[in-house]
Design a protein around this ligand. Structure first.
Ligand code: PLP
Length: 256
């Protein structure tokens, strides 16, 4: 059976983000996706209306049901929703240090909607940071996690907090013509990649990128190779994204 990524992620009924993004991206990377569902959200391409988080025991029961059953190599987390779920995942990862772990520190949806109380999530994420093989914050999340505005200072602070590798995604920065991502490992900048900035807003782009990285890691890629494969793949699926309605975020087309 294909190497498996176990994702801790939420359901987005629009299918753009969350666990559907994870399943599709991981499938496209060549790995198999298993899901421990952290929350049911109520949202569409335009906004998040509400969500209900999975109780801690049920979340762990889902994850534990597939441990030993599937060839899990990597864990990936997206929306976790509550501090209880973050603590549950931290406990799970400490029991399974054999898995690599991709932490996408989701705080808010790209549409701006709440996916949990930001201040309490930020505090709880501190426990997950040292457990991650790589953390994939956008610059808004990086600043929120560290309390630092300057990107260099914030990145250094995240390493002080125990990070091993960080992919800083530049989509929210004021670079009208391009998006620059910076990969840091063990405190050092190891690569910067630029792609042209595509017009519009995209639903689930962060989930897709982190999951593709996880899928490649599960198959044995070195971290830098996994990141570069994922960036190239994501640019293609965003270029082909579809617009559901006027004003709605575009849906990445992860197949075909
Ligand atoms: N996970 C879920 C369940 C979501 O609903 C969202 C955003 O709506 C995200 C994660 C984060 O999405 P993005 O990849 O756009 O940052």
């Amino acid at each position: 059976m294909r190497p498996t990524v176990l994702c801790f992620s939420g359901l987005d009924p629009s299918g753009g983000a969350g666990l559907q993004a994870d399943i599709e991206a991981i499938g496209q990377s060549g790995a198999h996706a298993a899901i421990a569902c952290t929350a049911l959200t109520v949202q569409n391409s335009q906004q998040v209306f509400s969500f209900e988080a999975t109780p801690r025991e049920l979340l762990l029961a889902q994850a534990n049901a597939v441990v030993g059953d599937l060839p899990i190599r990597t864990v990936k987390s997206g929306m976790l929703g509550t501090t209880d779920n973050i603590a549950a995942l931290a406990d799970f990862l400490r029991e399974h240090t054999e898995y690599s772990y991709v932490l996408d520190p989701v705080l808010v949806a790209n549409s701006g909607g709440s996916l949990g109380d930001q201040a309490t999530l930020v505090k709880a994420f501190i426990e997950l940071i040292p457990l991650a093989t790589i953390i994939t914050p956008n610059t808004v999340e990086l600043r929120a996690l560290t309390g630092e505005q300057d990107i260099q200072v914030a990145t250094a602070k995240l390493f002080e907090m125990g990070a091993k590798a960080i992919l800083v995604k530049g989509g929210h920065e004021d670079t009208p013509d391009y998006i620059q991502n910076s990969l840091y490992m063990n405190g050092e900048l190891v690569s910067e990649t630029r792609c042209p900035r595509l017009a519009g807003e995209y639903h689930g782009s962060g989930c897709s990128l982190a999951s593709f990285i996880a899928g490649r890691l599960a198959q044995g890629d070195a971290l830098k190779t996994a990141v570069h494969h994922a960036e190239t793949w994501l640019f293609g699926v965003l270029k082909n994204a579809e617009s559901p309605v006027e004003g709605g975020q575009k849906m990445p087309k992860r197949f075909g």
